[in-house]
Design a protein around this ligand. Structure first.
Ligand SMILES: CC(C)(COP(=O)(O)OP(=O)(O)OC[C@H]1O[C@@H](n2cnc3c(N)ncnc32)[C@H](O)[C@@H]1OP(=O)(O)O)[C@@H](O)C(=O)NCCC(=O)NCCS
Length: 209
C-alpha cells in the first residue's frame, strides 16, 4: 500500500496551470462524463466504433479508470469559474520502461480550440516527467482528428509512425497516428522556449462577472 506521501507525489489532488486546473474526479462528475461520452461527435473523433459508449460502459469506465484510487486520472477544470470541462488520464503505466499512454477529452465542444487541451496536456507531461520520473509518454490519434494532432504537437508530442488505413470513417480509410514525447527532449525544449501556454497570452473564455 502506497504511503500518503507517495500517493501525494504520484497523484496530487490538484495540478494548477494558468487557465487550467487538474483535479481528482468526484463521484458527481459522472453525469457530465456520461453526457460527453454519449455525444456522437466525440465518439466519431475518438472511438473505433461509430456508436457512443453505452451508459453502462461509461459508468464502468468512470469508476474503474477515472475515480478508482489507483487511476492516474484527472478532471480538467478551467478558470475563473473552475468549470469542469474534460478528463485526462495515463494508462499502461510501465515502471520498468518508464512509459505511459496519454488520453484526453475536452467534453464541451464550445471550448474546443481555445487552448485548454494543450495546457492540460502540458500539465500532464510535466507531471509525468518531473514528478513521476517517466521517460516516455505516448498516444494514438486518428489522422482525421486534425485539431487533436495540432494540439498534441503544440504540447510537445512528435509523430513517430502510423498504422496505415486502420480505421474506416466518413466513407474512407484513415491512418492511426502514433505520437510520443520523451523526457529529455521535452524538458530541453521547455527550458529553451517555455511551454506553449507560457508563451501564449490567452484570456479566459468565461468571465467571472
Ligand atoms: C483534442 C483536444 C483535447 C484538443 O484540445 P483543444 O483545447 O481543443 O486544443 P487547442 O485549442 O489547444 O489546440 C487546437 C489547435 O488545432 C487547431 N485546429 C482546430 N481545428 C482544426 C482543424 N479542423 N484542422 C487543423 N487544425 C485545427 C487550432 O487552431 C489550434 O491550433 P493553433 O493554436 O495553432 O491555432 C480537444 O479538442 C478534444 O478533446 N476534442 C474532442 C476529443 C478528442 O478528439 N480527443 C483526442 C482523442 S485522440
Amino acid at each position: 500500500m502506497a504511503s500518503d506521501a507517495a500517493r501525494e507525489q504520484w497523484h496530487p489532488p490538484s495540478i494548477e496551470g494558468r487557465r487550467v486546473i487538474l483535479r481528482h474526479h468526484m463521484p458527481e462528475n459522472l453525469s457530465a462524463v456520461t453526457r460527453w461520452y454519449r455525444d456522437p461527435e466525440l465518439a466519431r473523433l475518438t472511438r473505433y466504433q461509430t456508436r457512443p459508449m453505452s451508459v453502462e460502459e461509461i459508468e464502468r469506465f468512470f469508476h474503474a479508470r477515472l475515480l478508482a484510487p489507483d487511476a492516474l486520472a484527472y478532471a480538467i477544470h478551467v478558470r475563473p469559474l473552475d468549470r469542469l470541462v474534460g478528463v485526462t488520464t495515463f494508462s499502461s503505466l510501465d515502471p520498468d520502461n518508464g512509459s505511459a499512454t496519454f488520453h484526453i477529452t475536452i467534453g464541451e465542444p464550445d471550448l474546443w480550440g481555445q487552448g485548454y487541451g494543450t495546457e492540460a496536456a502540458e500539465l500532464m507531461l510535466h507531471h509525468a516527467f518531473v514528478r513521476l520520473g517517466l521517460h516516455r509518454v505516448a498516444l494514438s490519434v486518428f489522422a482525421f482528428n486534425a485539431r487533436a494532432i495540432r494540439s498534441y504537437e503544440k504540447s510537445g508530442f512528435e509523430i513517430e509512425g502510423r498504422l496505415r488505413e486502420a480505421i474506416w470513417r466518413d466513407g474512407r480509410y484513415w491512418d492511426e497516428i502514433q505520437m510520443a514525447a520523451l523526457k529529455t527532449e521535452w524538458l530541453a525544449r521547455r527550458a529553451r522556449f517555455g511551454t506553449w501556454s507560457e508563451r501564449t497570452v490567452l484570456e479566459p473564455v468565461e468571465s467571472a462577472s
